[in-house]
Design a protein around this ligand. Structure first.
Ligand code: 0A1
Ligand code: ZN
Length: 876
């Protein structure tokens, strides 16, 4: 078998044939579902009469094929593993086909499959070709009429996109429902769900006064877990009307929760399908983080109705067109709904850890890749999160009002079309008059730009000279980089006044907080009339997705931590200060020298703990040390053990010196109030639980008792999970073992809670974790076929740095074993799971060779194109 080959953006050709209308009939059966399709097809004017009709199709059993009612014979077409080619067709015709598919054996979870007995679909990006023969590409947009036939007992509910237009009983205990979706759509937005589902219903009146029925469909036992998703949906609908002027466009909007799902959720027109983890919440079963995640994902999928569905992507290279914009929209929604600075801190903290790592690794790719082998490998942090950062930069560059006018123009001009990233950026350029040509490089250049900054205060002339030098490291396939247009929001904070000073640049007063634009490799900005020596506050609110190095002293960082007017940069100054201390401790650990805690960090923490606690949400973030993964990102060669030891040392040192202060924070933030996922309560719980973590880092009797008490109080899952995790991650197995057992027994019926039960255990630092993973994989609550279980157990283990990177290589071997098994069952999940092994260059030689050996072992298998692409890049 030949190696899978890439497709190239430069090879894009418009479709030879359009589908104007698609009629589908599904006769559901687990092993043999029949799909009849009637496609109204037209040849594109520019295409020659001789052009064959090429349709995608995979794993389909062809039953019959006809054009305008005339059956085709085998001489008329050519069939292979990837589809169907019909040699000659008229300019306009109807194509009728019937195929058979087997949802019950579909473990890849693409196309039509079964999950907990119900039928559901996942068609993005290229799943529709597993349902019927079709031009499976996003620039073919058709209206759809869909009839679903199922068993009245087993599948009383039959759903598809759009509005139900007919239903009735059939012979043999069967029934049908017919659905019509009037909005032309690409087939990746097609959806079907059938099963024994129950709904919660609500209504929304749109800004023009139309009534929309909102339904959330779940298994009966989950009916009490839908309230938060429904409230989030309604808030999203209001927000999109108020912020972007976008109204919902059908009479019905449905969300369905399914247990087996590769990703978070899917924006199918009018019928969003969600991973149950991304929709179900209940105070007793879901943590605050889960509540917030659900809110964000519900919003994300809803916002796609315009940014993705009404205006979609011309081809999959443009994926970030819909995803970057929609993530930006959901981030802004969550910021407006909760605490804006905290949302930004959390997003950036995640971004700098995970996306920076992707951008520095062997699978680095631009926001708009120019080739790929398997598109499902490109649903990445780069396409989504870096894409969102680039849209955010655009918005800041042109200003919100222009951005909004640009987005109005985009939705109006391209409604019902499949377009490109240029089309979007062009709307913004036109609305603002800005020249965005250099800015476009953000879409084609991979890698994280680094800025080295250097500042000098000239007392004699009252000038501050800030020199910025940019450099983007080489990434696979892109050895040379061009300078980017990088907007840097900044201030100069006076060291005497502690205030932002007025910024005057080339005679122009810019105010106290301004954006400077770095366009060249290097530029010196000369600020005049700077009355006192300043400390620069650079890249405020993370105004560009770059690494910014400035040789701050610890005193300067401590100063910014208390004086910066930008909340994000106050937090960042704290992180930088902690990083300097951690660097010293990592070095001390490696050199076998006694570790000494930096008193400036301790004093900064003391000030935070005893100062104003007005904004508890921000305070919680300030008290959170950089994660081991983030610290690792900053090291040239990752030393997992030194990083773990250094971070633990800081936690314990802080807890020892500031025990009383942490205890006071803990006590002050306990409450018996009934649980609500409000920003205030979430912040309070988070602060209390962070205090408990510090107290527990020294495992004294009081802290242990507080954890036990918090688990026993069983007030809400956030508190229970946090305290149980602290116990399990401590050395008190005498206490944690029975608590874990009780938790596992209590929640054995709830898969989403059992996922947490897995994760709590496999993320502990103790050396018995590998054996635990092996043991837990044998438990009935685990199934390798369920992506949530795989992520909760195996994925979480691979994030457990000290244990996954064991020096005997057993952690790597375990991951490789699972990847090899999943490669057959669910290639998409297998390709994601292999990621930690692909980062082998970052580790010491010993680990490098152990990790590579596992990649080589995987490579010897007969691989799916998904895993092949990732492993090939990792070993290149
Ligand atoms: N478009 C969805 C994400 C998604 C992508 C692929 C999937 O299956 C292969 C499923 C969902 C979103 O952005 O939410
Ligand atoms: Zn999306």
């Amino acid at each position: 078998m030949s190696d899978p080959q890439p497709v190239y953006l430069s090879d894009y050709q418009p479709p030879a044939y359009r589908v104007t209308h698609t009629e589908l009939t599904f006769d559901l059966d687990p092993a043999a579902t029949r799909v009849k399709a009637r496609l109204l097809i037209e040849r594109n004017d520019q295409i020659s009469d001789e052009a064959p009709l090429v349709l995608d199709g995979e794993q389909l059993k062809l039953i019959s094929l006809a054009i305008d009612g005339n059956a085709l014979t085998e001489a008329d077409y050519q069939l292979d593993d990837n589809g169907l080619r019909i040699h000659t067709v008229p300019a306009s015709f109807s194509l009728e086909s019937e195929v058979e598919i087997a949802p019950s054996t579909n473990t890849a979870l693409e196309g039509l499959y079964q999950s907990s007995g119900m039928y559901c679909t996942q068609c993005e990006a290229e799943g529709f070709r597993r349902i019927t023969f079709y031009p499976d590409r996003p620039d073919v947009m058709a209206t759809f009429t869909v009839t679903v036939i199922g068993d009245l007992q087993k599948e009383p509910i039959l759903l598809a996109n759009g509005n139900p237009v007919a239903s009735g009983q059939l012979e043999g205990g069967r029934h049908f429902v017919k659905w019509e979706d009037p909005h032309p759509k690409p087939c990746y937005l097609f959806a079907l769900v059938a099963g024994n589902l129950h709904k919660v219903e609500d209504h929304f009146t749109t800004m023009s006064g139309r009534d929309v029925t909102l339904q959330i469909w779940v298994e009966e036992e989950n009916l009490d877990k839908t309230e938060h998703a429904m409230a989030s949906l309604k808030r999203s609908m209001v927000w999109d009307e108020q912020t972007y002027g976008r109204e919902y466009d059908l009479d019905l909007f449905m969300i369905v929760a399914v247990n087996d799902f590769n990703m978070g959720a899917m924006e199918n027109k009018g019928l969003n399908i969600f991973n149950s983890a991304a929709v179900l919440t209940h105070p007793q079963t879901a943590t605050d983080a889960a509540f917030q995640n659900v809110e964000g994902i519900v919003a994300h999928e809803y916002f796609h109705n315009w940014s993705g569905n009404r205006v979609t992507c011309r081809d999959w290279f443009q994926l970030s067109l819909k995803e970057g914009f929609t993530v930006f929209r959901d981030q802004c929604f969550s910021a407006d709904t909760n605490s804006a600075p905290v949302k930004r801190i959390q997003d950036v903290s995640f971004f700098r850890t995970a996306q920076f790592a992707e951008d520095a690794g062997p699978t680095a790719h631009p926001i708009r890749p120019d080739h790929f082998i398997e598109i499902t490998n490109f649903y990445t942090l780069t396409i989504y999160e870096k894409g969102a950062e680039v849209v955010r930069m655009l918005c800041n560059l042109v200003g919100w009002e222009n951005f909004r006018r640009g987005s109005d123009a985009y939705f109006e001009r391209f409604d019902g079309q499949a377009v490109t990233i240029e089309d979007f950026v062009e709307c913004m350029a036109q609305a603002s008059g800005e020249d965005l040509s250099q800015f476009m490089r953000w879409y084609s250049q991979a890698g994280t730009p680094e800025i080295d900054a250097y500042g000098e205060y000239d007392y004699v002339h009252s000038e501050y000279r800030l020199t910025l030098r940019q450099r983007t490291p080489a990434t696979p396939g892109q050895p040379e980089k061009l300078p980017l247009h990088i907007p840097i929001r900044m201030g100069l904070v006076g060291t005497k006044s502690g205030q932002d000073l007025t910024l005057t640049l080339a005679g122009e007063k810019l105010g106290k907080d301004a954006v400077i634009h770095l366009r060249d490799d290097e530029h010196t900005f000369v600020f005049t009339n700077v009355a006192e020596a300043p400390v620069p506050s650079l890249l405020r609110d993370f105004s560009a997705p770059v690494k910014l190095n400035f040789p701050y002293s610890r005193e300067e960082l401590a100063f910014l931590l208390t004086h910066d007017s930008d909340g994000f940069n106050r937090w960042d100054a704290g992180q930088r200060l902690a990083m300097l201390a951690l660097d010293d401790l990592i070095a001390a650990h490696r050199n076998g020298v006694e570790k000494v805690m930096d008193s400036r960090v301790t004093e900064a923490f003391r000030a935070l703990l005893t100062g104003s606690t007005a904004n508890k949400a921000v305070l919680s973030e300030m008290l959170t040390l950089p994660s081991e993964a983030y610290i690792a990102e900053q090291q040239p060669i990752v030393d997992v053990d030194a990083i773990h030891a250094a971070r633990e040392f800081v936690r314990q040192s802080l807890a020892l010196v500031l025990r009383a202060e942490f205890m006071a924070i803990f006590e002050a933030n306990r409450t018996d109030e009934p649980y609500a996922p409000t920003p205030e309560q979430i912040a309070q719980r988070s602060l209390k639980n962070i205090a408990l973590s510090y107290l527990m880092s020294i495992e004294d009797e009081k802290a242990v008792a507080l954890c036990e008490e918090q688990v026993a109080a069983d007030h809400n899952m956030t508190d229970v999970r946090h305290a149980l995790t602290l116990l399990v991650h401590s050395d008190r197995d005498d206490l944690s073992a029975p608590a874990l057992k009780a938790f596992g027994e209590k929640w054995a019926h709830d898969p989403l809670v059992m996922d947490q039960w897995f994760t709590i255990q496999v993320t502990r630092p103790q050396p018995d974790v590998l054996e635990r993973v092996q043991f837990l994989m044998q438990q009935p609550a685990f199934s390798i076929k369920n992506p949530n279980k795989v992520r909760a157990l195996i994925g979480a283990f691979a994030q457990n740095r000290v244990n996954f990177h064991r020096l005997d290589g057993k952690g790597y071997a375990l991951l490789a074993d699972v990847v090899i098994e999943l490669n057959r069952l669910n290639p998409e999940i297998a390709a994601r799971l292999v990621t930690p092994l692909t980062r082998w260059q970052r580790f010491d030689e010993n680990r490098q060779s152990l990790m590579r050996a596992q990649l080589e072992r995987i490579k010897k298998e007969p691989l799916s194109s998904n895993v092949y692409e990732v492993v090939e890049k990792a070993l290149a």
